[in-house]
Design a binder for this molecule. Structure first.
Ligand code: ZN
Length: 116
């Protein structure tokens, strides 16, 4: 009988044998629903882990392709690092407050001279 829904051979049209298990052709197995849920939960948290490559890492990568030009490589590596950082920051801000993130109102700072 089906290892997942427990139906017997006689109750289902097809019973497919796996290593030590059997599954029938029924589409509504509890196990399948659970799988769906888990997959959906996984899909909900995108970019769970994205490590910004450090300038050192990028620099080492560049060393593999290009000999010399240390200064250029270093500059590029730092630029890449900052670029990623900004992208991630913007994405985080976007997620935190949709519609929020108002810019500071003018006249907020101390640059409001004039006296009287
Ligand atoms: Zn089944």
């Amino acid at each position: 009988m089906c290892s997942f829904c427990g139906k017997s051979h006689a109750e289902v049209k097809k019973l497919i044998a796996g290593p030590g298990v059997y599954i029938c052709e029924q589409l509504r197995h509890p196990v399948q629903e659970r799988l769906d849920k888990e997959l959906a939960a996984q899909a909900k948290k995108p970019r769970a882990k994205f490590n910004i490559p450090s300038p050192q890492t990028s620099s080492r990568q560049l060393d593999r392709h290009c000999i010399g030009q240390e200064h250029a490589k270093k500059t590029l590596a730092v630029a890449v690092h900052n670029h990623y950082k900004r992208i991630l920051q913007e994405a985080a801000e976007c997620e935190r407050g949709r519609g929020g993130g108002k810019r500071r109102a003018a006249g907020d700072g101390p640059a409001r001279g004039g006296g009287y």
